[in-house]
Design a protein around this ligand. Sequence first.
Ligand SMILES: [Zn+2]
Length: 238
Amino acid sequence: MWDEAYDYDGVVEQYGTLKDHHEKFKAGQKIKICPMCGISRLKPSGLKARDAYDHYLAKSLYPFNPINTYNLVPTCHECNSDFKGADDILLKADGTRSAAFYPYSTETYNLVLRYEIRHRSNKALFIHNKDWKPKILCNENDDERVRAWTKTYGIEHRYHEYTNDSELVWLKAIVKNYKIAKRRLTPFDQFKQDYMDQYDSILSGPMDILEKAYAEYILSLDEIQETLDSFLDNGVPE
Ligand SMILES: [Zn+2]
């Protein structure tokens, strides 16, 4: 019944259509990537098909909420269909209640993604390691709301897999830029600073947040300069 509420003339007259709501959301969102994962690009407005509307609180579990527009979040298909489904973001795995982020909150969160590799036994292993461990902090703390979000949208698993899939491309970009910096006689610490600074202005594309965390980790390694030199001499192992 509630699914049809948006088709009623009175509702459309007062609140507009779901399509209107979707367009307003996208017009107000400067970054054109999925707000739930940062992995995928949202569809441009000119396309006939639009992205899915995620019912943040699943309508099968909270039946009075489908008509609440603040419960609707445009997300990528992977977030909505492949991972979240009807999961309850307000429940922990043990069945107790959890706090969760409110998607339309005006509160500012400082979410930081960092990577670490466990059991790294030698320096060559940071390529094709396949064991990237994302760690996400909110305002520098482990936060129940982060755990609710990452569990519901499969964030850690997806970040792990997408990073495995893209690390070689990202590493080659670092090596290419290092080559240019070396030719210009840029000191290594300056090169690292310049490389990370670029993300201040480009955190707007798919997976930029993952690439930034990857680069931050790689460039923090003690032996990274020698390793990059060896890649310049011998190529990056494929
Ligand atoms: Zn997404």
